[in-house]
Ligand binder design. Structure first.
Ligand SMILES: [Zn+2]
Length: 393
């Protein structure tokens, strides 16, 4: 098969790989193991996990992405190419370099539509079975097995095991993150159970970090947990998180100050962090701050001060008498899951993540979504000149 072209010229066995007129975004994925040195074994290939083959009645074969829009169209493939496509979409296929099949499939490999089969044997057998359904998603980011292994050796700090924290933890544990540092001082109360998904009535009165650690151990014994029942009273209380890859800020007390402390620790430790919150019907997703790559929380506050002259006065009032926050389980689930997605992408090296230097505000009634950028502020008292302008870092 050849891109936009044809090995044979005639329509009977012509298999041009093209795109439908002008409606498709260009495909940007990369073959999964394209850079790997040639192994002795004949390499196996298959259709990219995110693509679905659809042989249409008009004789063309569509490679669909996301269930609808065509990603590639193979015009009127002949029987040999059809057979190849079928194998690639089902069992996968050994393809020797320089072979006839290699020449036919080459353009699809180059386009990222056909990828090397991942070396599942490089995963522990239990991990291979547990994560087999998500590996195709990782194909967009490189070798999916390497991505899965990377998650296993990743370490995520979760500050606050409440509504957002428990949903995010469940999602990240499901995805295969190998280590968590949990920081929370609270015990489980009945009023937590409208949103804090990892607890039940049997946990009432128990420390949350203990309950989360127990849940994680039951869910996946290969996960390592460092459960720290304690309060955070300043950036120094986060100084030991230097071995973590990311931090999830899922606590909101004390208001403003906690985010400032996390921000300071983030800059000191070069530790990216994600924050979020809710005030139903609005939920706030992001921003993600990555030291050396744009804004910090101090920059965010600098802008808010500029836009609202009484920002600091309001902050002081809220610190003195924190308002009772409204929470809702489904909103916590949504936010926690988005936080987990952002961290997942961050751990996999997908950059920028959607919430990098950006806040998304979602109305949970209308599902109307808007977003606001958070820019580095040169006059930011916290990151000063350190932030921005290494913005590609
Ligand atoms: Zn800053």
């Amino acid at each position: 098969m050849s891109v936009r072209g044809n090995r044979h010229g005639g329509s009977a066995d012509r298999a041009g790989v093209g795109r439908p007129q002008g409606q498709l975004a260009p495909y940007t994925g990369a073959p999964s193991t394209g850079g790997a040195p040639a192994a002795k074994a004949v390499p196996r290939y298959r259709l990219h996990g995110a693509l679905e083959m659809f042989a249409a009645g008009d004789g063309d074969v569509y490679l669909l992405r996301g269930g609808s829009g065509p990603e590639h169209i193979i015009n009127s493939p002949g029987p040999a190419d059809r057979a190849l496509l079928r194998e690639l979409a089902t069992n996968g296929l050994e393809i020797r370099p320089g072979s006839d099949a290699g020449r036919r499939v080459g353009p699809l490999i180059q386009a990222g539509a056909v990828v090397r089969e991942p070396d599942i044997a490089a995963l522990a057998p239990a991990d291979a079975a547990r994560f087999i359904r998500q590996l195709p998603y990782f194909e967009d980011f490189g070798d999916p097995v390497a991505a899965q292994r990377r998650l296993r050796v990743s370490s995520v700090a979760v500050l606050g095991c409440g509504g957002l924290g428990t949903w995010a933890l469940a999602a990240l544990a499901s995805a295969g993150v190998g280590r968590f540092v949990l920081i929370d001082d609270d015990i489980v109360e009945l009023s937590n159970l409208n949103r804090q998904v990892l607890y039940g009535v049997n946990d009432l009165g128990s420390p949350k970090v203990t309950c989360v650690a127990r849940w994680l151990a039951g869910f996946d014994p290969s996960i390592t947990v460092d459960a720290q029942r304690r309060c955070v009273r300043g950036p120094h209380d986060l100084a030991a998180l230097g071995d973590c890859d990311a931090l999830l800020l899922c606590a909101d007390w004390p208001p403003y100050e906690l985010a400032r402390w996390v921000n300071q620790a983030s800059l000191t430790l070069q530790l990216p962090f994600v924050m979020a919150g809710q005030q139903p019907p609005l939920v706030k997703l992001g921003p993600t701050f990555k030291p050396g790559a744009g804004a910090c929380f101090g920059c965010h506050e600098t802008r808010l001060r500029r836009e609202f002259a009484r920002y600091d006065e309001l902050a002081h009032a809220r610190i003195a008498a924190p308002p009772a926050a409204t929470t809702l389980g489904p909103a916590s689930a949504l936010i926690g899951s988005v936080l987990a997605l952002e961290v997942l992408h961050l751990l996999l090296g997908v950059w920028p993540v959607a919430t990098h230097d950006r806040v998304f505000l979602l109305d949970i009634r209308t599902l109307e979504l808007r977003s606001e950028a958070v820019a580095h502020e040169p006059e930011c008292a916290t990151c000063g000149t350190r932030g921005a302008d290494a913005a590609d870092g």
